[in-house]
Design a protein around this ligand. Structure first.
Ligand SMILES: Nc1ncnc2c1ncn2[C@@H]1O[C@H](COP(=O)(O)OP(=O)(O)OP(=O)(O)O)[C@@H](O)[C@H]1O
Ligand SMILES: [Mg+2]
Length: 376
């Protein structure tokens, strides 16, 4: 099976690495002019002139990046199967569409308003009560295109700094922790759910993901499974879908956003689950049976951002797995991740601290369950 991937970053690279054992071949279509996949056949197409040769090289198409022109994906869809569909891209690339879908499926979200002026932003901040987070409705990632307003009077500055014609304004959630649920749906509608991960973000960028959580109530996992299943079924979705959530003190979950693809908070599955998110995405889109999603052991993913650690020092940690993306160092850039696997959560936390000491600029790893009796 010859697989076409829209986007050519590290997610595409890891899809290809998972697909070679299945005898898949990969052609990447990069629309940015800066591909980093470093693997497979990479076509740079910033002006949409190479679509025909891309299509001639592929049997089916998937993507690792959702900020793509919808008409381009629709044009591809007319020629080849695209999984997940262009409709998933259309919704997931726009926070207003995404929230409307959550509302329609009764998936709770932070209170929000849509605004298209600085005055509207100020009024929304007043109505919702500060603090609020304002986000551009399209194009955001890694916390870009966002501002926190502590006071409605911050609206003019926030509007200017985001510099986008339409914003979504959300109540700032006082969460206990950030979590995500990743699930995969096959072509026949079969679904498998990964154990939820706890995610630590600093300045809007993911730094740590840990799964399974030692103190997660089974009822909370089931609630998340229900939410993501509703999304998968509604979109008649094929492939891996990610839903980022805030977990509140009473155990309730508020949906933050979703991503129609493999996700950074699922990288732990490469070494910590029976089947990785990348392999399961490829199985799903090819109509193959889905693999088991169970965690093999407590696992933590540590992101490497901006500067790389000494690989030898990282690999000296027992059961540490280094995944480098073969990119050059640049502030804020995701360069690699490290998966740490342990027999217990206590041992895992020791490894995470040891690893954080090696990773340049790694923030202190502080998980919600530390010091609670939930540790096993
Ligand atoms: N309503 C909110 N309340 C509290 N914190 C928030 C809220 N919205 C966003 N954040 C914080 O900012 C981070 C980034 O926000 P969000 O996930 O919306 O942005 P993004 O730029 O699309 O990120 P990603 O890299 O996941 O695509 C969240 O993970 C969370 O830490
Ligand atoms: Mg996010």
């Amino acid at each position: 099976m010859k697989i076409g991937v829209l986007g050519a970053g590290q997610l595409g690279r890891m899809l290809a690495l998972a697909g070679y054992p299945l005898a898949n071949r990969f052609t990447f279509l990069d629309t940015t002019g800066h591909p980093s996949a470093g693997i497979g056949n990479v076509m740079i197409d910033t002006d949409q002139r190479h679509l025909e040769s891309f299509l001639a090289n592929v049997d089916l198409v998937t993507y690792e990046f959702e900020h793509l022109p919808v008409p381009l994906v629709q044009a591809i869809e007319a020629e080849r199967p695209v999984y997940p569909s262009s409709e998933a891209i259309r919704i997931c690339q726009n926070r207003a569409e995404e929230k409307a879908l959550f509302d329609r499926l009764a998936i709770p979200t932070p209170a929000y308003r849509l605004v298209d002026s600085a005055e509207g932003l100020e009024a929304a901040a007043r109505e919702l009560g500060t603090p609020v987070v304002a986000k551009s409705v399209t194009e955001g990632y890694d916390g870009k295109g966002q501002a926190v307003l502590r006071d409605p009077a911050d609206a003019a500055d926030a509007w200017r700094s985001i510099n986008h014609p339409r914003l979504i304004v959300e109540s700032f959630v006082d969460f206990v922790r950030e979590v995500s649920i990743i699930a995969v749906r096959g072509r026949e509608g079969d679904v498998a759910f990964y154990p939820m991960a706890e995610n630590i973000h600093v300045d809007g960028i993911l730094r740590y993901s840990l799964a399974p959580m030692p103190d997660l109530d089974e009822a909370v996992q089931q609630r998340a499974d229900g939410y993501i299943r509703a999304l998968l079924d509604e979109l008649d979705y094929v492939g891996v879908l990610t839903l980022e959530l805030f977990q509140c003190a009473d155990g309730s979950l508020l949906a933050n956003e979703m991503a129609p693809r493999v996700h950074n908070s699922g990288h732990w599955t490469m070494d910590g689950a029976v089947t990785s998110q990348f392999e399961n995405h490829l199985r799903a889109i090819q109509g193959l049976p889905l693999g088991e999603t169970r965690a093999r052991a407590p696992t933590c993913m540590v992101n490497v951002i901006g500067r790389e650690p000494d690989p030898a020092a990282v690999l000296a940690i027992a059961n540490a797995h280094l995944h480098r993306y073969d990119k050059s160092e640049r502030a804020g850039r995701k360069l690699a991740h490290i998966n740490l696997v342990a027999d217990s959560h206590a041992e895992l936390l020791d490894k995470v601290r040891a690893c954080a000491a090696l990773v340049p600029d790694a923030p202190a790893p502080e998980f919600s369950f530390e010091g609670t009796s939930g540790e096993s």
